[in-house]
Design a protein. Sequence first.
Length: 234
Amino acid sequence: MKIIIVKNSAAGGKKASELFKQAYNDGARVFGLATGSTPITTYECLVKSDIDFSDCISINLDEYVGLKSTDPQSYRYYMEKNLFIAKPFKKSFLPKGDALDAVEEVQRYDKVIEDNPIDLQLLGIGRNGHIGFNEPGSSFKLKTHKVALTDSTIEANARFFENEQDVPKFAYSMGIGSIMKSKSIILEAFGEDKAEAIAKMVKGPLSEACPASVLQEHDNVTVIIDEAAAIKLS
Ligand SMILES: N[C@@H]1[C@@H](O)[C@H](O)[C@@H](COP(=O)(O)O)O[C@@H]1O
């Protein structure tokens, strides 16, 4: 794991967007994308950059079950607003939150990932060490699946909703098995509330109790963190 410590999230986003550009120049055309507050600065830099994604494919990690793509809380809406409007891709995939059949939706998404191997996957990390919506205890072998969100994730994500009761209880998530097949990975974390998860990911045992610890096994991971998220590393 290569660890880059930056001053703040603005510097982290700049660094990540430079790595996107480098990957694009090296031939990457399939980008795995993430949501949440962490990648916002990366998307801001990508929007300002001269990268043209019109010959690229994007595949997002996850989506809330039950939300339509037009719902402002959906991850599809987030992606349109923060990246796709300014930088359209040839094709952008996310799980469909309002899919009628969960089993079919999971299979459809696995086929998308299989048909379009991911060159560069961007990740955030939950306070409990989750990646995508792979909560602690998730098998490292999983492909796309429907997840029951933990109370800690619901509480953490409540800040994006009017009430905590409005946070969906389930999500579709790319599995850890699929994430690990990405050729390269950038994981970003900013702020002290991520320090514990970062320490467990980097120094802790390889354990399903901290899903992100699986990244110790991947041979091309760059971790971009600010000083606050790095405090428990030394
Ligand atoms: N499913 C997303 C994750 O992909 C994200 O990494 C995590 C952290 O979010 P934030 O960046 O807002 O702290 O939250 C959500 O649960």
